[in-house]
Ligand binder design. Structure first.
Ligand code: GLV
Ligand code: MN
Ligand code: MN
Length: 408
C-alpha cells in the first residue's frame, strides 16, 4: 500500500525549497534545485534505490530487478517549477513513483524488470528558455547547442552546470541505449478541468500537444516621453502590443490552437522614456503539427508587417519546437487495465501541457496517467489536489507497475 499522507507531506516539503519566501519558484541548477535534489535522493535511498545526480542534474534512482542489469521501466517527472508555481506540477509524479517503489521494497518484492525513477532537472525551461534539458539528455536527443543557451544574467547552461559542481563534458554519457529502457510512464496532475467535470480521479493520456517557443525582439528608438511628437516615434512597446493582439487573433481562429505571450520586457523601462527595445516570448500549441506550424508562419508574417508599418526593427528566434507526442497504445491499455482494476471508469484525454515524455519518446514508448486537480488550475500557487486523489493516483501507478508486461 502507498501512503497518500506521505505523498502530500513530501509535496509540501519540496515546496519549501523556493527562491522566494511565501511562494514557490525553483529553477534549474539553482541552490533550491540542489536542496530539492538532496531531499529526493534521501527518499529514493530510503525506498531501497541506488540514487545519484547525473551529469545534467537529474536525480536518478534505480530499484534493481530480480535479474540484475535487466531493462527498466522508467518513471518520473520534473523537479523544477515555473515562477510562483503550485506544488504538484512535476513533483507529484516523482514522489508518487518513489512511493510505489517504497511499497514494493517494503514487501521485499523484486520484479522481472528494473524500476528507475527520475526527477528531471529542467522541464519548464524557465531559466534558459529551452525546455526538457534533463529528459532530452537521457533520451540522447540533446543538441549540444542547447548547452550554450543563456539565462537572464547571460550565464550559459554549461557554466551553470559547472557552478553546480557538474561536468558538462559528461552530459552525453547520460544518454541511455534503446532497449535499456522498456518504457517511460509519468504520473502528472491534469492541469485542466476535464477529470473534475467528469467526476473521475484519474485518466489516461492519449497524446501530448506539440509546441513552438519563440522570442521576438523589436528595436525602435528610445527618446523623451515629453518632447517627441506621437507621429515621429518608433515606440517598440506600442509595436509589441499590436503583435500580442495579432497573436491572440490568430490563436483564436481555430478552436484547437492556443497562443500566449508570457513574458515581455521593455527597455530602458522608465516612466518618461519611449521604449527603444522590447523582447517578448511566444508560445503556440496545438494537437496537430501542421496547424501549429501554419500558425507560427502566420504570426511571423504579421509581426514583420507590424514592425515594417511602424518602422521598427524585428528579429524572431525559434527557441524550441516539439511535435505532438502520441502515447503508445500498448501502454495506454495497461494503464486502462490498472484504472479499471481500481474500480474507476476509464477516461482518455489529451494533454495540452508539455511533459518530459515528449523528449523521452525519441528513446522509448511513453504513457501518462493524469490525476484530477481542483478547477483545472496549475502554474499558479492555487494548484491543488486532494489527498484521496493522490492515493488513487499512486495506487493506480503501483498496480500498473506490478502488472507491467512488455508487448509480445
Ligand atoms: C510545461 O508545463 C509546459 O507545458 O510548458
Ligand atoms: Mn508545468
Ligand atoms: Mn509539469
Amino acid at each position: 500500500m502507498v501512503s497518500a499522507a506521505r505523498i502530500m507531506e513530501r509535496c509540501a516539503a519540496l515546496a519549501r525549497h523556493s527562491e522566494q519566501p511565501g511562494g514557490l519558484t525553483r529553477v534549474f541548477l539553482s541552490p533550491e534545485n540542489r536542496a530539492a535534489n538532496e531531499l529526493v535522493l534521501g527518499w529514493m535511498r530510503d525506498a531501497g534505490m541506488r540514487a545519484a545526480v547525473d551529469a545534467i542534474g537529474n536525480v536518478v534512482g534505480r530499484y534493481e530487478s530480480e535479474h540484475a542489469g535487466a531493462p527498466c521501466l522508467m518513471l518520473g517527472s520534473h523537479l523544477d517549477t515555473v515562477r510562483d508555481a503550485g506544488r504538484y506540477d512535476g513533483m507529484l509524479g516523482v514522489i508518487s513513483a518513489i512511493e510505489c517503489v517504497h511499497a514494493l521494497h517494503g514487501q521485499r518484492r523484486r520484479l522481472p524488470f528494473a524500476l528507475e525513477v527520475v526527477g528531471f532537472g529542467d522541464e519548464e525551461g524557465v531559466r534558459f528558455g529551452t525546455t526538457m534539458l534533463g529528459s532530452r539528455a537521457i533520451a540522447g536527443a540533446l543538441d549540444p547547442a542547447s548547452l550554450e543557451a543563456r539565462d537572464g544574467n547571460g550565464l550559459t547552461v554549461k557554466e551553470a552546470l559547472r557552478q553546480f559542481g557538474l561536468d558538462p563534458s559528461r552530459v552525453r554519457d547520460v544518454a541511455r541505449r534503446k532497449g535499456d529502457v522498456a518504457a517511460y510512464a509519468e504520473l502528472h496532475i491534469e492541469q485542466g478541468p476535464v477529470l473534475e467535470a467528469e467526476g473521475v480521479p484519474v485518466g489516461v493520456v492519449t497524446a501530448i500537444n506539440g509546441f513552438s517557443r519563440l522570442r521576438a525582439t523589436l528595436t525602435g528608438q528610445a527618446g523623451h516621453a515629453g518632447t517627441v511628437p506621437m507621429g515621429l516615434r518608433r515606440d517598440a512597446l506600442a509595436a509589441a502590443a499590436e503583435c500580442v493582439l495579432a497573436l491572440e487573433r490568430i490563436a483564436k481562429s481555430d478552436a484547437e490552437l492556443v497562443g500566449t505571450v508570457g513574458r515581455i520586457e521593455a527597455k530602458p523601462g522608465a516612466i518618461n522614456v519611449i521604449p527603444g527595445e522590447v523582447q517578448f516570448t511566444i508560445d503556440i500549441r496545438a494537437p496537430r503539427d501542421e496547424l501549429r506550424q501554419r500558425a507560427v508562419t502566420e504570426v511571423a508574417t504579421r509581426i514583420a508587417q507590424i514592425a515594417r508599418a511602424r518602422n521598427v526593427g524585428c528579429t524572431l528566434e525559434t527557441l524550441q519546437e516539439l511535435g505532438v507526442a502520441k502515447c503508445a497504445p500498448w501502454l495506454m491499455r495497461q494503464f486502462e487495465r490498472a484504472i479499471a482494476a481500481e474500480g474507476i471508469r476509464v477516461r482518455r484525454l489529451p494533454s495540452g501541457a508539455g511533459h518530459d515524455g515528449m523528449a523521452m519518446k525519441t528513446l522509448t514508448d511513453i504513457a501518462m496517467l493524469f490525476v484530477r486537480c481542483k478547477g483545472g488550475i496549475s502554474h499558479n500557487p492555487a494548484e491543488s489536489i486532494t489527498e484521496a486523489d493522490a492515493g488513487v493516483g499512486a495506487n493506480t501507478l503501483l498496480r500498473f507497475i506490478e502488472d507491467f508486461e512488455l508487448p509480445a
